[in-house]
Design a protein around this ligand. Sequence first.
Ligand SMILES: Nc1nc2c(ncn2[C@@H]2O[C@H](COP(=O)(O)OP(=O)(O)OP(=O)(O)O)[C@@H](O)[C@H]2O)c(=O)[nH]1
Ligand SMILES: [Mg+2]
Length: 306
Amino acid sequence: MGDVSSSAADFHAGFACFVGRPNVGKSTLMNALVGTKVAITSSKPQTTRRVIRGIVHRPDAQLIIVDTPGLHRPRTLLGERLDSLVLSTLTEVDVIGFCVPANEPVGRGDKFIAEKLAAVRKTPVIAVVTKCDLATREQIAEQLLAVSALADFAEIVPVSAQSGEQLDVAADQLIARLPVSPPLYEGGQLTDEPEQVLVGELIREAALEGVRDELPHSIAVVVDEMTPREGRDGLLDIYAHMFVERPSQKAIVIGHKGTRLKDVGSRARKQIEALLGTRVYLDLRISVAKDWQRDPKQLRRLGFYD
Ligand SMILES: Nc1nc2c(ncn2[C@@H]2O[C@H](COP(=O)(O)OP(=O)(O)OP(=O)(O)O)[C@@H](O)[C@H]2O)c(=O)[nH]1
Ligand SMILES: [Mg+2]
């Protein structure tokens, strides 16, 4: 065990949050650093809708990463709620990781966020250039310059969550800015997200696959109940509801003779079984919650509070 008193003085623990435009790879980066899938990811912008915490354990530190929804100029009430969620998170962390992808030019969306970050002056900001596996060396070099022109960052780190390149460097840079503190979570705990929420997210991730246009934004999932089946060891009954905004969307999600919905259910079930380590019976229903993204009452029902 070694000398407990001196190791306690050397232990660092605290919070980092990842911010950036939608779809720049924040959740993928958090998952890669934590080493497991804590947050769902997709090729559709605005996948993350909650503040999700993932925990990185080191012998001398505990880094709690707070993944946030992509920050953008909101077009719906949901968008407004998500933006204010991100902004309030910024003030509560020890260090901010501002994610900008290597393979897209720095643009207005990034400037918009850099301005927001300038407002939380006390908190150090590390710029993380993501998806470097998708860019050439020259592009990465140019991107580092363009990003450094955005603001005066404490550090700029190019990474790839896909190849794993430089992930340790990014983690080190974040950890270096954490205060001396005992661990805040138990060893081995990778997230503090309730199982019911993780399950709902896995269903939504399965539903996002293969749908296009506005539909991804219109999908919400609520898990109503999770109960062990009586008399059947190791079987969990899960009752969940998927919501869309219009009847036409419902038809798309259900698919011809219900094949799409069935497919979504079985893909989600496999993911849930892997997460919980138990067999699952998934009862997945679909309903229309008319224009829920713009309706305060519906938003509350779906768990998005103001
Ligand atoms: N090639 C490559 N793709 C990546 C990398 N990181 C993320 N992606 C892809 O980029 C897309 C978006 O990733 P997410 O992690 O969902 O992005 P996000 O920033 O969390 O998005 P929002 O939650 O919508 O704000 C997904 O298709 C990922 O697979 C990377 O390092 N390399
Ligand atoms: Mg995300």
